[in-house]
Design a protein around this ligand. Sequence first.
Ligand code: LER
Ligand code: MN
Length: 272
Amino acid sequence: MAALKLSLVVSLEETGFDAVAMRGSWREALRTAADLGYDGVELAVRDPSEVDAEAVLRTVRDAGLAVPAIGTGQAFLKDGLSLSHPDEGIRARAVERFETHIRLATRCGAAVIIGLLRGRISGDRAATDARLAGSLRRIVPLAEREKVSVLFEPVNRYETDLLVTVGEVLDLINRLGSPALGILADTFHMNIEEPSLEGSLRRAGPRLRHVHVADSNRHAPGWGHLDFPALVRVLREVGYTGYLSAEILPRPDPVSAARQAIGHLRPILNAR
Ligand code: LER
Ligand code: MN
């Protein structure tokens, strides 16, 4: 059985998004992730055109790390881009930005995440859905050509009102029918929205391509009340062989949170 792997979310720049343990100096963050024993780093990237991809990739490789996924949420939070925005120009810029994320992902061997970048319901729900589907249809040909997975993440109701459950996201993915589209399950969001975390992971089944882990309160695993051994059992049952990526609050401080996440999860992954 392929071993599940652990990654840590690292932002390449200062971020207003709270659940990123490591931010500020990305070089230092990569070193910390490697020193703590992580297998990979998930890079949160606002604008790939402002990133020295060569330098980042070299540092990642020198540290012996992989990049399983690239997050895009800061393009929404900082730059106001949204794939479902009623303004056609903003939507077009969101699509173009996402395409630069796909190109960066190709170089990293990573998938790209649609979390907050999906936007919010504006006006009529059906019209919002249609705008989002239109943007996704523009994105998937490049993703398919580049063989990059586009990971759609259900996000809890306090952060967006558009597509908050695994079931809703699966419906969207099935409607669009592209093999490039997969689902990202985030234990923090699922704990708020899903009737059963285990049931929803089973339902996602083969579409599940990435997992964000935080405990019930978004602190590092072990500092809340989620049952991680049970979740890992289900992930194995459904044949998931990817990463558990720690997207956690940097509390009491970034390094302690990152150390706690791997300290709690590694023994669970190593246990048979
Ligand atoms: C937002 O809360 C989140 O979980 C991110 O992964 C989405 O961009
Ligand atoms: Mn997440």
